[in-house]
Structure formats: structure tokens, C-alpha cells
Design a protein around this ligand. Structure first.
Ligand code: HEM
Length: 502
């Protein structure tokens, strides 16, 4: 018995000693691994437990990031709630990430919103082979429309610019805020491009009014930020943040479904009257192809993406244009002079763009100065990869700091001055080297699918409105403030102008 006990104790001691040795070897190995590990995490500020650096983002994160860049450099790490994120600044590094290493950084973060929108939307869907085809469908369709012989974009925007001018004129020279008028006109163009022309959409189409209201609510709600996106457990604390957005998404989709159903009643194949018809052609092709991975819902959801991504961006840019031209009468005079010279009294056409260098330079400068998408849309690393010698792990959010390009002092000299001439050469022609210097539509795999469409629309609206109006600062305003509201896009704080007919 004693013998057995001694053997047992001896065995136990041996077992314990082996265990201790095993643990020590593990700890030692871990220390050596850590010391020799090639992983390097970008530097960055510390945050607080659970929320990370989110509470310090402030009301204007791009301004906070500008300061952090001075301390930490072109790439730094910030914890966004449950997600690690890196902010990348400077033209070269952003290009490196989004273009040269585009395949690594073309994902979208797994935000909670994606579980509501569904994983297959164009703007928030994950990067994959089928995403590339999805984007091509949207691009090709927009391209066909934009280049149609009888261009529906040209006619529709010219008509809406006239309506906006007549709304301005109804103010009888008194000061007013133009933002609602611009919003309705831009919405009307998108709605008609998607679902067909309407002679008096503003007054007679009830669905259009509901569409305007729903889209505005959606933009305001999403624009005010949804913490559930980055801290998913907050959905148990703030369930309304999920239910409200789910309801708004549902409403926006219902209108699209209703309009698509209406258009199907009079649809004839290969005779697209609008984008919904064009997409029906694609749906029919996909249905006839057993290897296609595209459902009708995924194809038609392109309409939601076009409205979702095109509405707020275009109306905010035009809003900035009106403010900046009112605040800068010399620029406005030069714009008027070029319009009189090239257009006279006739309506603008897209072909005029190549002759109207000053107007186009002014639109570039509005986009640069306003920087409405200063942080683009967030990207995500789709695999473990490297940038600037730092390890970026799969799933890390990647924030392209576009503001660091639009307001780069080395690139522009005086980035906080509104000066369209910076885009012109000595002969007053657009300087392509400079226009290429900044692209507010981003770059690489996820760049804006509506860039050319947006550029057309901005040109036609801008020249159409300015051709017929003189904008001036109301007497009660001493000087305009260029303060901004950071939301889905960065917009100017509410402002007023006076407008008189030319
Ligand atoms: C002034 C107007 C506009 C600006 C400044 C703008 C800017 C942008 C930016 C910065 C992105 C994110 C790119 C990235 O993730 O790297 C984007 C994406 C997108 N834009 Fe635009 N956009 C504008 C107008 C439009 C219009 C009119 C449409 C549709 C006709 C549109 C459709 C889209 C879509 C579908 C995406 C998502 C692309 C993707 O995830 O791959 N945008 N846009």
C-alpha cells in the first residue's frame, strides 16, 4: 500500500513537472514568436473599452483624422467599436491601396446594416466575381442611357433646371433656402430616368411624393450615424436603430417594386424606355440562362443603389454650387459670360461641355472645395495583407481619407480658397493634369459607378440654372459661413440666397 502510494506521489510529481515544463515551453515559444513576428500594426491613438476611438471621432471625423495624420502619419489605426480600422491618407497611399492592391481592399465592412440590406447590394455587397458582373450590369445600362441618340438625361435635366428656376422666381426676389427645390429636381431626374418620363411629376405623381419623403427620411436617419453598425450588441440596447432602418429600407423597396410592376405592364423586349425596362431585359436573359447566379431581385435592386447613391450626392453638390457662386460674384460673372458666349439663349447640350472650360472648372472646384464624401465609403480588407509594411488583417475596415487629397496643401497651395482657375492652364483651357489630381468619385474596383452620369447631370443643371438666374447674397447676411453638417455626405449648413431672372 505504502509502496503504491509512494509510486503514485512520484508519478504525480513527474506529471506536474512535465505540465510545468510544457506550459513554460508554450509561454517561451509565444514570447519568441511575438518578438520575431513580422506582423506590424500601424500606430494610432488608444480608445476606450467597448467603443474604441469612436467617442473621439467628433462631429467631423475627417477633421479629426487630419490632426491624427499629423501625429501618426499616412496610415494609422483606430478602433471603431468592435471593428479594427485603418485610415489611409495622401494620394499615393490611397492609390496604392485602392488601385494597385485593389483586390485586397475592395471589400465592404460587415456592418450590421448589411444584414438588413442583404449581402448582395451593389454599394455595400462584398467583393467577388459576381459583384464584378453586378457592377458591369449597372455601368453598361447607365452608359447606354447616357449615350442614347435622343439622350433622356439631357432632356430630363433641362426640363428640371427650368422647373427649379421657375420655383426660384416664385420667391419674388425675397431670400429663400434653395435646398428643397434642388432636392426635388434632382429626385425627379433620377425617378424619371429609372421609371420613365412624366410631364408633371411634381404635382401629379403621388408615388414620386412618397419616394421623395421616404428617401429624405432614409438619408437623414442613416446620415446621423448608426452605432449598431460598428457595435452590433447595441441592437439590444437601442432596438429602434434596427427597426427604423428596416422599415425605411422596406418602404424604399416597396416603391421600386410597385414602379417595376407598373412598367412591366407595357414592357416590350429590347426597347428600354428607362432603366427599369433595361433591367427587365437583363432579368429575362438571366432567367433564360441556367448558369446565371442572378435573381430578379438582385438585378432590380440596382435601381435602389442608383437612387441611394445618386440622390444625396448630386443634390448636395448642387447645393454647394449655389452657395459658392452666390458667395463669389466674380466667379459667377465669369460663368455667366461663358454661358452667354457659348449658349446664348439656347438650352445647354452635353456636347457644349468641351467648349465651356470655365464652367467645367467651376464644377470641379465646387466638388473639391466641398469634398462631400471626405472619407469615401468604407472599404475592408478581404484577406490578410500588407500596406506600407504594416500587416492589415482580413476584415479590417479601411477608410480612404479623400479629404487629405482634396485639401492637400502641397497639391493645391491654397486648398481652403474657392478658386476655379486652379483647374485651368495659361490659355484658359481645362488642365487635365490638374483635373486628374483629385477624383471625388474615388478610384479602383469600388469607384463610383455613376461618375459619368453625375458629371453630365451636374453640368446640365449648373449651366441650365445659371443661364437663367443671377444669384445674390441677401442684405441681412453679412458673410456666408462655410460650416458643414457631416452626414451621408457633407452638406453646407442651411443658407439663404436671392435669385432674379436674367
Ligand atoms: C456628385 C455626385 C457623386 C459623388 C461625389 C459620388 C461619390 C461616390 C463615392 C466616393 C463612392 C465610394 C467609392 C468607394 O467605395 O471607393 C461612390 C460609390 C457609388 N456610387 Fe457614387 N457619387 C456620386 C453620384 C452617383 C450617382 C449619380 C450614381 C448613380 C447613378 C452613383 C452610384 C454609385 C454606386 C452604385 C456606388 C457603389 C459602387 C461600389 O460599391 O462598387 N453615384 N460614389
Amino acid at each position: 500500500m505504502l509502496q503504491e502510494l509512494t509510486t503514485y506521489i512520484g508519478d504525480t510529481n513527474k506529471t506536474q513537472a512535465s505540465l510545468v515544463t510544457f506550459v513554460l515551453v508554450l509561454v517561451g515559444a509565444k514570447i519568441i514568436l511575438d518578438l520575431t513576428r513580422k506582423d506590424r500594426t500601424p500606430p494610432g491613438p488608444r480608445g476606450v473599452p467597448l467603443f474604441g476611438y469612436l467617442p473621439f471621432f467628433g462631429t467631423h471625423p475627417h477633421i479629426t483624422f487630419r490632426k491624427l495624420r499629423q501625429k501618426y502619419g499616412d496610415i494609422f489605426k483606430v478602433q471603431m467599436g468592435s471593428f479594427p480600422a485603418v485610415v489611409i491618407s495622401g494620394k499615393e497611399l490611397i492609390k496604392e491601396a485602392l488601385v494597385k492592391k485593389g483586390d485586397d481592399f475592395s471589400g465592404r465592412p460587415n456592418f450590421y446594416m448589411n444584414t438588413i440590406l442583404g449581402a448582395e447590394t451593389l454599394s455595400f455587397g462584398q467583393f467577388s466575381q459576381s459583384f464584378i458582373t453586378h457592377k458591369k450590369i449597372a455601368y453598361n445600362l447607365l452608359y447606354v442611357f447616357a449615350n442614347a441618340r435622343k439622350n433622356p438625361i439631357e432632356d430630363t435635366v433641362n426640363e428640371e433646371a427650368k422647373i427649379a428656376v421657375s420655383e426660384f422666381n416664385k420667391q419674388n426676389g425675397k431670400s429663400f433656402s434653395p435646398s428643397d427645390i434642388i432636392y426635388a429636381s434632382v429626385g425627379s431626374v433620377l425617378f424619371q430616368i429609372c421609371y420613365g418620363r412624366h410631364t408633371n411629376i411634381h404635382e401629379e405623381d403621388e408615388t414620386f411624393q412618397i419616394f421623395l419623403k421616404n428617401t429624405r427620411q432614409f438619408t437623414q436617419f442613416v446620415g446621423s450615424g448608426n452605432p449598431v453598425d460598428v457595435i452590433p450588441w447595441l441592437r439590444y440596447v437601442m432596438p429602434w436603430k434596427v427597426s427604423t432602418v428596416t422599415e425605411l429600407v422596406h418602404q424604399v423597396r416597396e416603391i421600386r417594386k410597385q414602379k417595376v410592376e407598373e412598367s412591366l405592364k407595357t414592357y416590350t423586349p429590347s426597347n428600354a424606355r428607362h432603366l427599369a425596362d433595361g433591367l427587365t431585359d437583363v432579368v429575362r436573359e438571366a432567367e433564360a440562362d441556367p448558369s446565371s447566379v442572378f435573381t430578379a431581385e438582385r438585378i432590380y435592386s440596382i435601381l435602389d443603389d442608383i437612387v441611394g447613391a445618386g440622390f444625396d450626392t448630386l443634390s448636395t453638390t448642387l447645393n454647394w454650387a449655389l452657395l459658392l457662386l452666390t458667395a463669389n460674384p466674380t466667379v459667377q460673372r465669369k460663368v455667366h459670360a461663358e454661358i452667354d458666349d457659348v449658349l446664348g439663349d439656347r438650352q445647354p447640350k452635353l456636347d457644349d461641355k468641351s467648349k465651356m472650360h470655365y464652367c467645367v472648372a467651376t464644377i470641379h472646384e465646387v466638388s473639391r472645395f466641398a469634398g462631400i464624401t471626405p472619407l469615401s465609403l468604407p472599404h475592408a480588407a478581404i484577406k490578410d495583407t500588407e500596406l506600407e509594411g504594416y500587416t492589415i488583417q482580413k476584415g479590417t475596415i479601411v477608410i480612404p481619407n479623400m479629404y487629405s487629397i482634396s485639401h492637400d496643401e502641397v497639391l493645391w497651395g491654397d486648398p481652403f480658397t474657392f478658386r476655379p482657375e486652379r483647374f485651368l492652364d495659361a490659355d484658359g483651357k481645362l488642365d487635365k493634369n490638374i483635373t486628374d489630381g483629385f477624383n471625388p468619385f474615388s478610384m479602383g474596383r469600388r469607384k463610383c459607378v455613376g461618375e459619368f452620369f453625375a458629371r453630365m447631370e451636374l453640368f446640365l443643371f449648373f449651366t441650365g440654372i445659371l443661364q437663367n438666374c443671377i444669384l445674390s447674397k441677401p442684405d441681412h447676411i453679412k458673410e456666408y459661413s462655410f460650416d458643414t453638417v457631416f452626414g451621408l455626405t457633407v452638406s453646407p449648413v442651411e443658407y439663404e440666397i436671392c435669385a432674379s431672372l436674367r
